[in-house]
Design a protein around this ligand. Sequence first.
Ligand code: ADP
Ligand code: MG
Length: 179
Amino acid sequence: MTQPIFMVGARGCGKTTVGQLLALTLGYEFTDTDEMLLRSTGQSVAQIVEREGWAGFRAKESEVLKRVTGVCKVIATGGGIVLAAANRQFMQSHGTVIYLHAHADVLARRLEAFPQDDQRPSLTGRPIVEEIAEVLLARETLYQDAAHHVFDAAVSPDGVVAAIVRQLQPQCQLGCSRP
Ligand code: ADP
Ligand code: MG
């Protein structure tokens, strides 16, 4: 298998961490849509949203998703990428979609432990675990819908990668040689 692997899931589930490790293991290239957006626009997610609203951000995100998709790539996506049906369909038909599933308390603990990693301030002043639970509830079906495979993201990054490789092994060409 040389087709791209898309990592989807809520903020803090490990799309970047596990995605990087998976890419290293498979000899794939790693890309992060949030990171690419930052590089190509010079603006953070928060800045784009402030200037162009969520609709503007989502349009740019879909564009970047298409642009970065390619063979032998692991692509970490933003937590809200699945909101657009077109994005779900694009990922489904262009590669293998992996959903890293974790409960809200696990995600909250991680984001609280490493607030420098991409944490946006609470909009409501409510405990972060409540906000995460609400977002998960709204998106769970979409993540499940988009995914070819679902993995437990609560184990160590090495453990998640091992489970993914075990599952994909029959199709997976380790040490991908890019054309
Ligand atoms: P995402 O890209 O999905 O938002 P990150 O990869 O940035 O998530 O991970 C968020 C935080 O959680 C980071 O501090 C990371 O080190 C930690 N983390 C990610 N995956 C795991 C894991 N499987 N076990 C423990 N900590 C993890
Ligand atoms: Mg990330």
